[in-house]
Design a protein around this ligand. Structure first.
Ligand code: HSE
Length: 307
């Protein structure tokens, strides 16, 4: 029986335009890395070697909450160290809390001899996500655990499906150094929408899924537009509409906030266009004197994995 294990949990792009709380995909990079180690009777202990500030009280740390929920369900002891060795910057909009919740439950499950399959781990990882966003949502957790491009068709009961996407789909993602907390940013979203807006959003969501499944890039391009959340969240991103225009001119087929932001994703056809789009977005943030990182990635078929 293993005493310790190291897990990588991928970053994820959630919402993906019209799929607020319903769509997400895994990236090849960046991601979180953590080690889970048996600790012979010391109880759940968090050790931060990530270089970022993290809450280390088990009831405030997202990964620890997820782990506790799984261990309670399995009626197993909580004598483990969780060592955070590599973190996506918290508040980045690419699922940093989901990556660590997902990696942590996968690690515990492995050390216990895999009593649950990966899909069954989703609700436990979601418990951790509740701490950071204030609501249960699976659009980062599900792709972080399962990999691929994922639709959450429903939450009660959970109904999660992989959706097909074109082979040459790439994502150019820019993470500007602006911190946005999901918990705060969810408060900006109106509780109610007009029927006309809901219809337009449904059309976009259906169009995006149909476009992805049939490699219809023009349809994808017409469909990557969110009316529920994004319009109320972009004020923190300087010149957001002009950024979207520049990405489009450089060849993007759809640009939007990744999760609650500040990261901005652009879907692109092929690696070369993804690079040009990424450069255009870097240039935009440079003009606004905001440092940022660029990640170019395909959709990752793999979710959390042992390293
Ligand atoms: N769907 C969530 C939201 C993702 O938009 O609040 C948060 O990362």
């Amino acid at each position: 029986m293993k005493d310790s294990i190291k897990i990588f949990g991928p970053a994820t792009v959630s919402n993906v335009g019209p799929g607020f709380d319903l769509l997400g995909f895994a990236l090849e990079k960046p991601g979180d890395e953590l080690v889970i180690r048996r600790n012979n009777g010391r109880g759940l202990t968090l050790i931060n070697e990530s270089g970022f500030e993290l809450p280390l009280q088990p009831d405030r740390n997202t990964a620890a909450v997820a782990v506790r929920s799984l261990l309670n369900h399995l009626k197993a002891s909580d004598d483990y160290d969780i060592i955070f060795t590599g973190k996506i910057k918290p508040g980045s909009g690419i699922g940093s809390s989901a990556a660590s919740c997902a990696a942590a439950v996968v690690g515990i499950n492995e050390l216990l001899g895999s009593p649950l399959d990966i899909r069954s781990l989703i609700p436990f990882a979601m418990e951790g996500e509740l701490v950071s966003s204030g609501t249960i949502h699976a659009d980062n957790i599900a792709p972080a655990l399962l990999g691929g491009f994922v639709l959450i068709r429903g939450y009660d009961p959970l109904d999660i499906k992989h959706i097909p996407y074109p082979d040459d789909l790439w994502c150019a993602l820019v993470h500007p150094e602006i911190e946005i907390k999901t918990l705060e940013s969810r408060k900006l979203i109106p509780e109610q929408v007009r029927l006309k807006t809901a219809l337009e959003q449904c059309g976009n969501l259906a169009g995006l899924i149909a476009g992805l499944a049939t490699s219809d890039y023009a349809l994808i391009s017409r469909s990557v537009r969110d009316l529920f959340a994004e319009p109320f969240r972009t004020s923190r991103i300087p010149g957001f509409e002009s950024l979207r225009e520049k990405a489009l001119e450089a060849g993007s087929i759809g640009t939007g906030l990744s999760g609650s932001g500040p990261s901005v994703f652009s879907l692109c056809r092929g690696a070369e266009l993804a690079e040009s789009v990424g450069r255009a977005k870097l240039d935009h943030f440079r003009r606004h004197q905001i440092p940022c990182n660029l990640y170019l990635s395909r959709v990752s078929e793999a979710g959390c994995r042992i390293v």
